[in-house]
Design a protein around this ligand. Structure first.
Ligand SMILES: Cc1ncc(C[n+]2csc(CCOP(=O)(O)OP(=O)(O)O)c2C)c(N)n1
Ligand SMILES: [Mg+2]
Length: 356
């Protein structure tokens, strides 16, 4: 379909230069397969459109309860998934729709969960904040700020104990680093040399509180230095930079060295759907939208002739259809039966301290 056998990566800044007619300097070219670019474009577009639809459905009261959208942060997950392998584990907080989408969970199960339907990925009993997918190695979906961090080191410990070469990606927000559990987990991860990558998705705010208002150190990756943990900031509106940073950290993790990555990102919507976001102005949001990761990867694909408009259009249509099918599936599914409330409370049926 396209003239190149070898595909070259260029970063967003370079793509913009080319757009303006400036000749591309060879030093910026880095090889990546076409599939990677198309994976980024498709998965990020799916996340974006899925979330936009969820927002609309919330307005129609089809989706109720808490609902935190990920718009703007898509590159954080897409770049991580493309850099890792089958068997690696993932865990995050409550802003959790995008992670299973990138891992290949059928959107219909995620949409059904948002509707609270029995066919949902957590049987309609978790809702927006509690997505799980065992097959895709996605361990949720956690509502307690920072609560997933010690669980992440537990998962990483299990991998080490079993002697696999899998790692655990442990995502958290900037607000979570103020929890003691974050520091305890970093310490233990280094002490036990666990295969883990801690990712702070620093979107600038914990609800309405900016990082500047709550943190003496605003470059949050620096917190890792107290534990001698390899730590660095990543411009996470750029999916290629995310991919590179995760790839490098994964090599370390598989050799038993944890990392802390601070993804500098931004959420376009409020903290949750009910947040009017009066703590920031339109100009601020707009300045981040200018760096939109989906637009950037689209530009790169076209400018470098990695794929043409028609191929991208096919992807866009596929995404639209997937989302329409997901909504129909969710609408047509039943709510869980009341007795379901007593099921799945404990996974281990013979747990020794259970009384009947
Ligand atoms: C232990 C705990 N304290 C407070 C809350 C209320 N709360 C929910 S989200 C949130 C902000 C967290 O922000 P951040 O970690 O930056 O994640 P983001 O929402 O930006 O993704 C707070 C304080 C909570 N869920 N858990
Ligand atoms: Mg935040």
């Amino acid at each position: 379909m396209h003239p190149f056998k070898k595909i070259y990566m260029i970063n967003t800044a370079v793509a913009n230069k080319v757009k303006k007619g400036t000749k591309l300097d060879k030093k910026y070219a880095t090889p990546y397969p076409k599939e990677t670019y198309l994976f980024w474009y498709e998965s990020m577009l799916l996340m974006r459109k899925f979330e936009e639809k969820s927002g609309q459905l919330y307005g129609q009261q089809k989706i109720k309860g808490f609902c935190h959208l990920y718009n703007g942060q898509e590159a954080c997950v897409a770049g991580a998934v493309s850099a890792l392998k089958e068997g690696d584990k993932y865990i995050t907080a409550y802003r959790d729709h995008a992670h299973p989408l990138a891992l290949g969970t059928d959107p219909k199960y995620i949409m059904a969960e948002l509707f609270g339907k029995a066919t949902g990925i957590s049987k309609g009993k978790g809702g927006s904040m509690h997505m799980f997918d065992k097959e895709k190695h996605f361990f949720g979906g956690h509502g307690i700020v920072g609560g997933q961090i010690p669980l992440g080191i537990g998962i990483a410990f299990a991998e080490k104990y079993k002697g696999t070469d899998n790692l655990c990606m442990t995502f958290m927000g900037d607000g979570a680093v103020r929890q003691g559990a974050f520091h305890e987990s970093l310490n233990l991860a280094m002490l036990y040399k666990l295969p883990i990558i801690f990712v702070i998705e620093n979107n600038g705010y914990a609800m309405g509180t900016s990082v500047e208002r709550s943190s003496n150190i605003t470059d949050l990756y620096k917190l890792g230095s107290a534990y001698d943990m390899p730590s660095k900031p990543v411009q996470a509106m750029d999916v290629e930079q995310v991919h590179e940073a995760v790839k490098e950290a994964a090599e370390k993790a598989r050799k038993g060295m944890p990392s802390l990555l601070e993804f500098k990102t931004y959420r376009y919507k409020g903290h949750s759907i009910s947040d009017p976001a009066t703590y920031r102005n339109k100009e601020e949001v707009e300045s981040h939208r200018q760096k939109d990761s989906i637009e950037a990867v689209r530009t790169t694909i076209l400018v470098k002739n990695i794929a043409d408009e028609n191929e991208l259009l096919e992807i866009e249509e596929k995404v639209t259809q997937q989302i329409a099918a997901a909504v129909t599936f969710a609408e047509e599914s039943d709510f869980p039966k009341p007795e379901e409330a007593y099921q799945d409370v404990y996974v281990q049926k013979d747990y020794p301290f259970l009384t009947t």
